[in-house]
Design a protein around this ligand. Structure first.
Ligand SMILES: Cc1cc2nc3c(=O)[nH]c(=O)nc-3n(C[C@H](O)[C@H](O)[C@H](O)COP(=O)(O)O)c2cc1C
Length: 204
């Protein structure tokens, strides 16, 4: 199933195609594809080239590890995520390695790495659904995540599946249109809150 973004201005096809499904096919993801996703994450930009990201990866080929990561998700996410073949958890290192000073952009940079991973996944015909809905302290404990590191987001990934297999409430959300705020509401010029003429009014 596709849910192409309806854009006002043209964007790259991969960005139009990316979305966050809950239906995943019962099909494993080849390790070389997973390696490509992680390689894409590796080449994300980061403040001072700190690369503050780590990813914990669990696939259904290793049921113990998979169940452990799955158990960190909130119930509402486990419902659908349990059918996907791969789970990941992104983790940020909060201080710079070189001087131990706080890295104010650690989460930002982990997000950049995650988006690289997601777009690479889209290019390979895979889908990724990121989640804030997980138990941070449980993940910290179950995976021995060291001090100075913060779990950021859980990721579910696999090949897209058939929405018909979802429970009804989730199926409705699966087929609902994707919505976004208009550009005028977040692109400003001159001062905060003043929509930029670049995206406002007749300048189309
Ligand atoms: C950091 C982050 C956390 C999210 N947390 C959840 C979540 O816990 N459960 C969920 O179903 N979707 C979650 N989402 C998915 C968003 O709801 C989704 O990206 C948004 O509605 C836009 O839809 P789209 O990705 O299909 O364009 C999360 C997305 C991100 C980036």
């Amino acid at each position: 199933m596709q849910k192409l973004a309806e854009t006002r201005y043209p964007i790259h096809e991969l960005l139009r195609e990316r979305w966050s499904p809950r239906a995943f096919a019962d099909r494993m993801v080849e390790p070389e594809k997973l390696r490509s996703l992680l390689e894409a994450a590796r080449w994300a930009p980061s403040s001072f080239n700190e690369q503050p990201w780590s990813f914990i990866v669990a696939t259904k080929e290793h049921p113990g590890e998979y169940e452990r990561l799955l158990s960190c998700l909130v119930e509402g996410n486990i419902r659908w995520a349990q059918h996907a073949p791969v789970l990941m958890l992104s983790v940020a290192r909060l201080a710079f390695e070189r001087n131990q000073k706080p890295n104010r952009h650690a989460f930002h940079d982990v997000g950049l790495a995650a988006e690289n991973l997601v777009i690479q996944a889209t290019a390979l015909g895979l889908a990724v659904h990121q989640m804030a809905g997980f138990h941070v302290d449980k993940a910290r404990e179950l995976f021995s995540i060291p001090d100075g590191h913060e779990p950021v987001a859980a990721l579910v990934l696999g090949f897209p599946g058939d929405p018909a297999g979802l429970p009804e409430d989730l199926r409705e959300r699966e087929v609902a249109p994707r919505i976004r705020k208009p550009l005028e509401s977040f692109v400003f010029s001159g001062q905060w809150g003043q929509p930029s003429p670049l995206v406002h009014g007749k300048a189309r």
